[in-house]
Design a protein around this ligand. Sequence first.
Ligand SMILES: NC(=O)c1ccc[n+]([C@@H]2O[C@H](COP(=O)([O-])OP(=O)(O)OC[C@H]3O[C@@H](n4cnc5c(N)ncnc54)[C@H](OP(=O)(O)O)[C@@H]3O)[C@@H](O)[C@H]2O)c1
Length: 364
Amino acid sequence: MIVTNNPYCYFYRLPILIPKMKAIILNENGGPDKLVYAEDFPEPLIKPNEVLVNVKATTVNRADLVVRTGYPGLQLKFPHILGGDIAGVVSNTGSDVKNFRVGDRVVSWSIVSEADDDWARRGKAGQSPAWQYFGMHRAGSYAEFTPVPESSLINLPDNVSFEEAACLPVAGLTAYHAIKTIGDLQKGDKFFIWGGTSGLGIIAIQLAKSIGAEVFATAGYPYKIEHLKKMGVDHIFNHRDGSAIDDEVLNLTNGSGIDVILDYVGPEAFPKNFKMVKKGGKILFCGILTGREAMVSLHQTYLRHISLLGLYLGEKRELEELVKLVSQGKVKPHIGAELELKDAAKAHEMIAKGEVIGKVVLKV
Ligand SMILES: NC(=O)c1ccc[n+]([C@@H]2O[C@H](COP(=O)([O-])OP(=O)(O)OC[C@H]3O[C@@H](n4cnc5c(N)ncnc54)[C@H](OP(=O)(O)O)[C@@H]3O)[C@@H](O)[C@H]2O)c1
């Protein structure tokens, strides 16, 4: 008999028998040392519309580091469980769940969005102001079990491993949404990405190549540049050796520039993006590695018909399409490191140092 202090439990503070699970618990914001491994954290209860997923794999995303440290305006309910990527097996279903059974292999959209609002009616539920992100607005996947509304779940084909599936809901989906939907990249287009060996970058490059785009990508270290060569990237640059990449790109494109640029670097890259984007081209933003703000010439933006487009994550149907591409062998996430859940703090340090190619997976 235990008294639960699990805020996800309906019977908060009532003495009931609650099974225990492994989890990484965040009791306060701070460094990686605040990620506490427990084997006796109360298993969450599920609501009628939810499925209890026995998590088999998750990954570490930059967002996890930001939530751990403390995001301005985000109030966490401690103890908090991080993790936006959920891949596992259904272990229990709520009374209203219709399409999933115990034992089903599943991967979850990283978003919960169930409001019947303007965004949902336009097929953009992922952009709804009522959205929730696993590991940020609700419990995430750094745990043996996590509750997921049926509306966010996707069946996982047998030939996609849990580890590969865990690479898709955050980094993979963002790459898909950027390339296929927002960028609308076309055969023959020139596509540029900074940091092409990130988890997001590798999937973006694979998608761009499969479309038939000419791919320009950067990396900061020789071993990462070698990886880009193996991926068949057409033009490779080192963003840490001081070379004038924007000028090189303009030379290679006879002065016309790039059709679609995918940028998560931010202010440091912005002037170069602006210089090398083609007239009528697009700059897509999905990250702020070097800061939050940049100066923009409104005059040049309209005069050159430049589209500046922001995005994060994507829609559930896009994740379904991406899972299908992985199942068909057309996209393959790159797993640079696999660690046990208890080593989450080490995994956070690896991401912070940027020493891994592709994704860092946590096996649960
Ligand atoms: N908006 C969204 O929905 C969303 C979703 C997923 C990820 N993201 C963002 O996308 C980014 C990539 O995430 P990830 O988890 O896939 O990768 P990651 O492991 O965080 O990789 C970071 C990448 O950034 C590159 N980089 C760092 N500083 C750079 C600079 N000054 N110039 C050029 N490149 C630089 C690194 O390249 P080298 O190591 O080769 O130098 C590395 O490839 C993160 O910023 C993340 O926040 C956004």
